[in-house]
Write a protein of this length. Structure first.
Length: 304
């Protein structure tokens, strides 16, 4: 949501300020991760007035640059009259047309307001401004193109209540390992190269012996950082076992493996296959819904 202000000034015949009206313009835009068409709600409020300004007539329209076009550029037809303390709202629509071969396009939305007052001759009825926040539309992720805000760091949220031992493994690694991969100050970086990700997985969980533990039902190797990131694919990982005890997750080192120093480049969690696969599926869908492009950074949050 963005907010802007514009002041309507009524000048007297001597060039002095006779009256004013302060307008507050609020815009709220929701992008679509699987579509290059989106809407924006525009609201204009006459916040305060002085002098003989009691009502103002307001027109509004939008546009966008690059390969974007405003297909419904006006939130209402013509001008609407609003009094002191009143507001009016309407919706505009944008559509991005990604040319063949274009991976991504950066777009700026632009705004124009036209304000007059009955019985007064306007001297500067127009105001123009641009949204400082860029929009990125791309066709590099998933089956369909879509749009996101590139300045917002994507956050993979994995609740312990849903992903159990897998989430506990990642959370322990983020909090305790020296690199803190996935934390806000050291984000992970996606790799879209499936062969590279497969090789990462093999290097961490298959090339180095992973012995399933009988104490862990359907034990499997759950690697962190993820194989599908540039930080994945190490050997010499810390081997740990997450256990839920009295409602709290506790992490133990694996007997027969080197002692954990917290300086290892990766973690291998002994995690039941079901939460392991569920967390992997969540990462896969997250890449799609948040449109994480190749080499783009993201963070990981473990919640209760």
């Amino acid at each position: 949501m963005k907010e802007a202000k514009a002041t309507f000034t009524h000048w007297d015949d001597k060039g002095g300020v006779a009256a004013t009206g302060v307008l507050v313009i609020t815009t709220s835009m929701t992008l679509n991760a699987t579509s290059t068409t989106w809407n924006e709600l525009v609201t204009v409020k006459l916040q305060s007035t002085t002098g003989d300004v009691t009502r103002l007539d307001v027109g509004f329209d939008v546009s966008c640059d690059s390969q974007c076009a405003a297909t419904a550029p006006t939130p209402w037809t013509g001008q609407r009259s609003i009094g002191n303390g009143e507001q009016t709202s309407g919706q505009v629509t944008y559509a991005e047309n990604l040319p063949t071969g274009t991976i991504d396009d950066r777009i700026t939305t632009k705004y124009h307001i036209f304000v007059t007052m009955a019985g007064a001759q306007p001297t500067q009825p127009n105001a123009n401004w641009s949204n400082s926040r860029l929009i990125r539309c791309d066709n590099a992720v998933g089956k369909y193109p879509g749009c996101v805000y590139p300045d917002v760091r994507a956050n993979l949220v994995l609740p312990l209540s849903q992903y159990g031992a897998a989430a506990a493994t990642y959370g322990w690694a983020i909090q305790n390992m020296s690199d803190h991969w996935g934390a806000a100050d050291n984000p992970l970086q996606r790799t879209a190269d499936e062969a590279f990700a497969k090789a990462n997985r093999q290097r961490t969980c298959e090339d180095v012996t992973f012995t399933a533990m009988t104490a862990v039902t359907d034990d499997s190797c759950d690697e962190y950082p993820f194989a599908g990131t540039s930080q994945g694919g190490h050997t010499g990982c810390a081997d740990i076992v997450p256990q839920l005890e009295n409602g709290q997750w506790k992490l133990y080192s694996v007997k027969g493996r080197p002692d954990v120093t917290l300086h290892e480049p990766c973690v291998r969690g002994h995690v039941p296959l079901t939460p392991n696969k569920a967390a992997g599926g969540k990462y896969g869908s997250f890449v799609q819904t948040d449109r994480i492009m190749d080499a783009e950074k993201f963070v990981v949050s473990i919640t209760s």
